[in-house]
Write a protein that binds this ligand. Structure first.
Ligand code: ARG
Length: 435
């Protein structure tokens, strides 16, 4: 059995070890690839400042490349008695290479190691969230164009208000995702800074070349101040949680719309039977469980930022072990959000819209504003036109003309989907630096 990295002649109490390590071994598996990449950059830098020979660098780099292969094959594990991924990688190197393996940890600490792993991990996860958001965005836009002629009731106070359309409804969620993308990009930029070299949180007396590791790991910039670098643990996750929160609120709201519009009292949309779920007692039921689960998951995801704020509130400066618990909060959340986004996209490929909602007499009053405006355009002062139509409604004599003519930007007749697509491309561009 391997012993802990910081072992100095005594073994830690079993209960203490279990309590402090918790499920970190399992969570750390998601950091393995980044830990190896961080180590590769670190040793290249150590060689450049004379702390490793060229031969040692080659030996270590080859061994790390082999570990990367094991990770890619899904065979990497953290062995019993080994505390975390950082210890496991170092343990594998020393087991294979002896003294050379023991040189790798000069000028760093697990504190900046885990920091750099998390920055690389969050950067990738935010990119993946961004990709999933862009896929769903494209789906909303496509549906908006496809159904732009189909009118549906618009509501205020959940009372029939004015004509809306499926083009407007789908298009609204597309544009709402652009705002969420702003949050994703902000979180991405915060994650995209190199903390390596901050060591335990106060730097090192080795002449570390931090600009070199920044280049090697393709970070946009450094966290220069070593204390600021350590403070970014928690801050990075908090920024990511705001982005997750923002996307989840858009998606959760859409899921609510779907549940409501599928209700027989609305009857605006349906899905093929195999995309609905049944009841054990009511033989007729075709329930929107997918969107209910999505709504619930999205609501839970919105509590993340609170959890992170409470976990990190008023922590004293420097590393504190509490920070380890952040992984437990943020790791499952990124997966969950991507899963919800992809599921929504999948469901929307099969959505059927009711093309004939608007002719139902219960929606007659949708057209009152259209008719007021028509009188106004004919020369009647607006307030008088309002009163004329209002009195027709009051007396039960109102007959809607049912013709709708909206032309301004962003309205039913002029959705501006191309401009919205251009805005999304502009906002998301930092996530695609190679384009
Ligand atoms: N598992 C630890 C974490 O996530 C790694 C860093 C441990 N550092 C320490 N000083 N105990 O924070």
């Amino acid at each position: 059995m391997a012993s802990v990295l910081w072992s100095k002649g005594f073994e830690p109490n079993k209960l203490i070890e279990e309590f402090t390590v918790g499920n970190d071994r399992e969570l750390d598996l998601r950091l393995a690839r980044y830990d190896v990449e961080g180590s590769m950059a670190h040793i290249a830098m150590l060689e450049s400042i004379g702390l490793l020979t060229a031969d040692e660098l080659k030996t270590l780099t080859d061994a790390l490349a082999d570990i990367l292969k094991i990770i890619d094959e899904g065979k990497f594990t953290i062995e019993p008695g080994v505390e975390d991924v950082h210890s496991q990688v170092e343990f594998m190197l020393t087991r294979r290479l002896g003294d050379v393996g023991k040189k790798i940890h000069s000028g760093r600490s697990r504190n900046d190691q885990v920091l750099v792993d998390l920055k690389l991990f969050m950067r990738d996860e935010l990119r993946k969230i961004g990709d999933a958001v862009e896929r769903l965005f494209a789906r909303f836009q496509q549906l908006s164009e496809q159904h732009k002629e189909v009118l549906m009731p618009g509501y205020t106070h959940l009372q029939v208000a004015m004509p809306s359309s499926f083009g407007l409804w789908f298009g609204a969620y597309a544009e709402s995702l652009v705002d969420d993308m702003q949050m994703i990009v902000a979180a991405y930029n915060i994650a995209n800074q190199n903390p390596l070299g901050s060591a335990a949180g106060y730097g090192s007396s080795f002449p570390l070349d931090r600009a070199m590791t920044t280049r090697l790991l393709h970070f946009d910039d450094l966290h220069y101040n070593v204390v600021a670098a350590q403070m970014s643990r928690g801050k990075t996750e908090r920024a990511a949680s705001f982005a997750i929160n923002s996307v989840a609120s858009t998606l959760g709201r859409f899921a609510m719309d779907v549940c409501m519009f599928m209700c027989q009292n609305f009857g605006f949309i349906t899905f093929p039977d195999e995309f609905t779920t049944g009841s054990s007692i009511m033989p007729h039921k075709k329930n929107p469980d997918v969107f209910e689960i999505m709504r619930g998951k999205c609501n839970r995801l919105q509590s993340l930022s609170n959890e992170i704020a409470l976990l990190t509130a008023n922590l004293p400066l420097g590393y504190n072990r509490d920070l380890q618990l952040l992984k437990d909060i943020i790791f499952p959340a990124t997966t969950e959000l991507i899963n919800c986004l992809d599921m929504c996209d999948f469901m929307l490929q099969h959505i059927k819209v009711n093309p004939d909602i608007i002719n139902d007499p219960r929606y007659d009053y949708l057209f009152t504003v259209e008719d007021v405006n028509r009188l106004t355009l004919g020369g009647m002062p607006f307030r008088e036109a309002y009163k004329t139509i209002g009195m027709q409604v009051q007396r039960g004599e109102y007959k809607p003309t049912r013709s709708v003519n909206h032309t301004h930007l962003g309205s039913i007749g002029n959705l501006a989907n191309d401009s919205i697509a251009a805005k999304m491309a502009r906002v998301a561009s930092p996530l695609h630096p190679d384009n």
